[in-house]
Ligand binder design. Sequence first.
Ligand SMILES: C[S@@+](CC[C@H](N)C(=O)[O-])C[C@H]1O[C@@H](n2cnc3c(N)ncnc32)[C@H](O)[C@@H]1O
Length: 234
Amino acid sequence: MPDSYADLSRFYDLVMTSGYYDYDAYARALLARIGTGRDVLELGVGTGLVADRLLALGPKDLRLTGIDHTDSMLAQARDRLGDRARLRREGVLDMSLPAAFDVAYSVGGVWYIVEEGKESWLSSHLMEEEDNESGLTNLAAAIRPGGSLLLSVQGPHRRADRTLPGGMVYTQHVEVDPEGRHTKDYFIEDQGLVVTHQRLRFRLFPRETADRLLGRCGFHLQESDGVLWRYIRR
Ligand SMILES: C[S@@+](CC[C@H](N)C(=O)[O-])C[C@H]1O[C@@H](n2cnc3c(N)ncnc32)[C@H](O)[C@@H]1O
């Protein structure tokens, strides 16, 4: 669904920089795997938080393109990144990018990995397997053969709440059906009043299903650790 982060977007940075993700750590891990690659694509660039750290810590000649389908997230990314990155309003189902990228990555973006103990899942903002196949096929067309897809790793979605700097309270509620479809409600409260409610849906595909899906689209897993999984585009 386009514009899926519209309601949360004005509080996004406040929530995310209050301990949700460690952006410096993700940027350093990405750079270690990007290596000599220079044409890099971020899937679900959001407000540009990871991209900003990647550009600050990475080589000066890194050419970064970010896509996202939520206007209000991209507007913040444009403010943050200026002309340091190319930003495009595109969804993965309709993106048309040149077949030019050495590396594509997603940090909590369109796709990422969820791990709990020895189990792992591919988490996707796309609910249907056919849509994931279309999106990953589009993505494979944008990455040169031998290039990489890097997906961030995070823990499972659970109910949580946290007081944010300035005193507002962030709460997330999660419901899961037997097919791995997650409905996640995010609330921001200010002095007991809900000032924002965002509902998002994710689908978690078990490891075997994910391997088959990614394999059909031309990706095979090369290495994985608790921070990033690297798939090679055949
Ligand atoms: C949790 S945010 C992650 C943003 C950023 N990577 C970060 O770490 O802060 C997920 C982003 O993915 C975008 N997104 C979700 N589904 C998408 C799709 N199908 N095509 C393009 N962008 C999508 C959302 O609009 C949102 O900005």
